[in-house]
Design a protein around this ligand. Structure first.
Ligand code: FRU
Length: 504
């Protein structure tokens, strides 16, 4: 009885803390009994993955809620994608690390849940690395996962896997970074910093609008190095989450890009991912003086993205959560809830003498693509998903539509004067009544290119439209819920398209 009481008290404390954060309010009840570290097998209850709205070229779990991608790492020929997962339900709660693996970043095989929350803490977001030198002592090439244990406080913990990322054992010296003061202190992203020969961990401080950098030689003891804050008030509207710091070639040298998810300070309210470009000397990140905030994606639905560790070919590849905390739980999808974006390669391009973070869908998408075809009447003859390519004039304003035979459409206008493209994600797109923040009349992105015309690449799935310009300096990701996929593109003349075959 004493034990039960202790548990109830501790459990209520955990629940209370989780609910302090408004975005986690009003969610379904959490586990009402202790969940031991037992395997959870989503495969046993697998679905056809062919339900209405079910993405055909984006990762979704068979069932239940997902949010942030976590612990992405390439190890031994396998791309791992872990993610915030509720093994028990359709809404946020019981946060654990779900798991899927891939050999090409496009087809995903859902595995058992890799880390299940226990009675004291949720397993919040984090990252993973391959310990090639056995620095931490858990074995050569052990996969080390760093995550935030979110209970009474948010503390950073380490778990390791010696079976190729399938199961994890908790390090008995946890937490590796203790915290009893900060309300928000989470989402560790760990990477090797060659120049200063140490491991760096980036951590987000939520409503304090700061990213802290910590350093370590042995991956177990960490020391605080520095703290980054933005000078832009606009960047400080929401809470800062899920940081990443990546080095990218730029002009004749290189620059460091600090990626910060911001909620609800996103470009159209709710969730968004911004970035800062600058230098990192192994201790401190110093941002260039640019016109912040800069958004990695100007759409409503690309959040919490971070990059893969240990990529085999040096590419910097990110995947994001294709949803928005403003309405995430209410989206009309079941028995799963939420998808990931397509994986995207990050590069720095120059526009107007300044660096712009470009995102392009990874080339592995070719593996599910059919032949390019040309449609002169706008009809796209495919089963479900496809990529379309067409050119829009930037000399005068115009608009085009993606629509279906049910009369639902996403209208996109090209504003030549403002040099912006604007997606009208309104109730015309399909089901939109599930939340009053879902309908957004103007989701706009700067062209980020010169010239009189712009080629657009549009990836259409059953419940999303991802729009890019040809060099990736403009990205606009929005989810939509049409009764049937949009298979008509009107208002742009000839359209090239290729079918993208279902990954399921
Ligand atoms: C971002 C986030 C993270 C946290 C996780 C909890 O969406 O709030 O900061 O670790 O979700 O599920």
């Amino acid at each position: 009885m004493k034990l039960l009481n202790t548990f109830i008290i501790a459990f209520s404390a955990v629940s209370l803390i989780a609910c302090e954060d408004s975005k986690f309010d009003g969610l379904p009840p959490r586990l009402d009994e202790v969940q031991p570290e037992q395997p959870v097998r989503p495969g046993e209850e697998a679905t056809s993955r062919d339900e209405q709205y079910r993405p055909q070229i984006h990762y979704t779990p068979a069932r239940n809620w997902i949010n942030d991608p976590n612990g992405m790492v390439y190890a031994d020929g396998v791309y791992h994608l872990y993610y915030q997962y509720n093994p028990q339900g359709h809404g946020w709660g019981n946060m654990s690390w779900g798991h899927a693996v891939s050999s090409d970043l496009i087809h995903w095989d859902e595995k058992d849940v890799a880390m299940v929350r226990n009675e004291w803490v949720d397993i919040f977001s984090g990252s993973a690395i391959v310990d090639k030198g056995n620095v931490a002592g858990f074995g050569n090439n052990a996969i080390l996962a760093f995550y935030t244990a979110s209970g009474e406080h948010q503390q950073q913990c380490l778990a390791y896997s010696t079976d190729g990322g399938m199961t994890f054992t908790q390090y008995d010296g946890n937490p590796v970074i203790t915290n009893s003061e900060l309300a928000d202190f989470r989402d560790p992203k760990v990477f090797w910093h060659e120049e200063s020969q140490k491991w760096i961990m980036a951590l987000a401080l939520g409503w304090s609008h700061r990213i802290e950098f910590w350093g370590s030689e042995n991956l177990k003891s960490w020391r605080r190095l520095s703290s980054f804050a933005s000078t832009s008030d606009r960047s400080n509207i929401g809470q800062w989450e899920c940081p990443d710091l990546v080095k990218l070639p730029y002009k004749d040298g290189e620059k460091w890009v600090l990626i910060v998810s911001n909620n609800p300070g996103g470009p159209v309210g709710g969730s968004g991912t911004e970035y800062f470009v600058g230098d990192f000397d192994g201790e401190t990140f110093t941002a260039m003086d640019l016109d912040y905030p800069l958004w990695l994606d100007y759409g409503a639905d690309n959040y919490a993205g971070v990059t893969w560790s240990n990529m085999p070919d040096g590419r910097v590849v990110m995947i994001g959560w294709m949803n928005n905390w403003n309405y995430a739980e209410m989206v009309p999808a079941s028995p799963w809830c939420s998808a990931m974006t397509l994986p995207r390669m990050l590069t720095l391009k120059e526009f107007n003498g300044q660096p712009v973070l470009a995102t392009e869908v990874v080339r592995e998408i070719d593996g599910i693509a059919g032949e390019w075809k040309v449609s002169s009447d706008g009809q796209i003859n495919v089963d479900d998903a496809y990529e379309a390519k067409f050119t829009v004039s930037l000399k005068e304003s115009s608009s085009f539509k993606l629509s279906n035979s049910a009369g639902e459409y996403l209208e996109v206008s090209v504003n030549a004067g403002a040099r912006k493209i604007i997606a009208k994600r309104t109730s015309a797109t399909g089901e939109a009544t599930f939340h009053d923040k879902f309908s957004i009349p103007s989701v706009s992105a700067p062209f980020n290119c010169d010239g009189d015309e712009m080629e657009l690449h549009v990836f259409v799935d059953r419940s999303s439209v991802e729009i890019f310009n040809s060099d990736g300096t403009m990205a606009l990701t929005n989810i939509v819920f049409p009764k049937e996929p949009y298979n008509i593109i009107s208002g742009v003349g000839d359209v090239s398209y290729r079918e993208l075959k279902s990954i399921w």
